[in-house]
Design a protein around this ligand. Structure first.
Ligand code: DP6
Length: 398
């Protein structure tokens, strides 16, 4: 699996996807082990448009563990990175007990280089893809088999769901030690071939409270969370059924109600947390207006800890919805039009033909920076071509 470079460095390069939850994770029962207050469920997005890529290397020549993210060296001493490294090494040791551990370089230091194919500043779920990719690459480097999403969970909760493609459930712990809180695939990406996502990257990215801190304050202060806990398990069962049955209206309604409830408990947090902006709320209104006009729920929105929208819809509705989104949220005149929509070929982007007269919304030029169109995608991948490695032969970032 791993490649050897000229200077006796063993390395592995992998990619991992972004996932966007439809049943939201918001709250921990255990901050250190990252155990969630409720189950959550996500859709894994295609990697052509959104992915993390990570190379990990081990060598007797390395003098310390080192890590570079998007070209900048970062400390490996954060408790979460340390937890991941320790747990992977522990499992590799356990597996190799009795064998020659030097084969794997377990006694040596690691170098990690990671980058995203999308701007980190876009406020997309980069930590989930990043930790999933790190754990997957390390598991290949040290030949750790079996369930590893519980290790990714200890890097960032939502990362555990990026270890699988398709539709993914992150289970709550039932054992006292939390070890059975990991991700499971509900359906593979091939199950519902028509499913599409449109990510609307909103321009006014405000400085906001990070999800780790935000969910902690919500659990401590929001009384609405009690109501949420009562609802969320049933919602999870209902959305799994909708996915299994390919029942888009039910899938979409639960997705929107879940997003709304996440932002309701954020508002109920003391002091309140605001992730959605005026543009986010206009997107919500547009989606409901589209569904009203069409007389059927054809598109769903969901928002995480930021103002960007992820719209889920079926392939047949992409041209109409995209043209309406582009009508009400046209690109800024200064930005040029060429890269406003990515992930679709030029001739797949239809001109604005949809009837806009029934929708009473202002036109917000430049409020959406760009749009990413993507499908449901697979889990992490190993890149075997040595040219894909992010390392120089000396084990430094290229
Ligand atoms: C709003 O996984 O970033 O995206 O476990 O503290 O690292 P930590 O939090 P994180 O939280 C993601 C929250 C969310 C909802 C979701 O993805 O389910």
């Amino acid at each position: 699996m791993s490649q050897k470079t000229s200077s006796q460095i063993r390395c592995v390069t992998c990619t991992a996807p972004v996932n966007i939850a439809v049943i939201k994770y918001w709250g921990k029962t255990d901050e250190k082990r990252i155990l969630p207050t409720n189950p959550s469920l996500s859709v894994t997005l295609g990697q052509d448009e959104l992915r993390a890529k990570t190379s990990v290397a081990v060598s007797s020549r390395f003098t310390e563990d080192r890590m570079w993210l998007n070209g900048i060296e970062q400390s490996v001493n954060s408790p979460r990175v340390q937890n991941v490294l320790k747990e992977i090494r522990r499992r590799a040791h356990k597996r190799k007990s009795g064998e020659n551990k030097d084969d794997l370089g377990l006694a040596h230091h690691v170098h990690i280089v990671s980058e995203n194919n999308f701007p980190t500043a876009a406020g997309l779920a980069s930590s989930a893809a990043g930790y999933a990719c790190l754990v997957y690459a390390l598991s290949k480097l040290f030949e750790v088999n079996g369930e590893i999403s519980d290790i990714a969970r200890q890097g960032s909760g939502s990362a555990c769901r990026s270890l699988y493609g398709g539709y993914v459930l992150w289970k709550m712990a039932s054992k006292d030690d939390g070890s059975d809180s990991h991700a499971v695939q509900v359906q593979p990406e091939s199950h519902w071939p028509q499913m599409r996502a449109l990510i609307l990257v909103v321009s006014d990215q405000k400085k906001h409270v990070g999800s780790t801190e935000g969910m902690q304050t919500t659990v401590q202060t929001s009384e609405l969370m009690e109501t949420r806990f009562k609802l969320v398990e049933r919602r999870t069962e209902d959305i799994i059924k909708a996915i299994n049955d390919r029942d888009f209206p039910t899938f979409a309604k639960i997705t929107m109600q879940e997003s709304n409830q996440l932002h309701a408990v954020c508002l109920d947090t003391y002091p309140p947390i605001f992730y959605m902006t005026d543009t986010s709320r206009l997107i919500v209104r547009l989606v409901h207006a589209i569904n009203d006009i069409l007389g059927k729920v054809k598109v769903a929105y969901t928002f995480d800890a930021g103002p960007n929208a992820c719209l889920y819809l079926l392939e047949e509705d992409v041209p109409r919805v995209l043209s309406l989104v582009r009508h009400f949220f046209p690109a800024s005149k200064d930005a040029g039009n060429s890269s406003f929509v990515t992930g679709l070929k030029f001739d797949e982007i239809e001109p604005s033909t949809a009837d806009t007269s029934q929708i009473n919304l202002p036109i917000s030029e430049g409020a959406v920076k760009y749009i990413i169109h993507t499908k449901v995608g697979p889990g992490p991948q190993v890149l075997k071509d040595p040219k894909e490695s992010l390392f120089t032969p000396e084990g430094k970032p290229k």
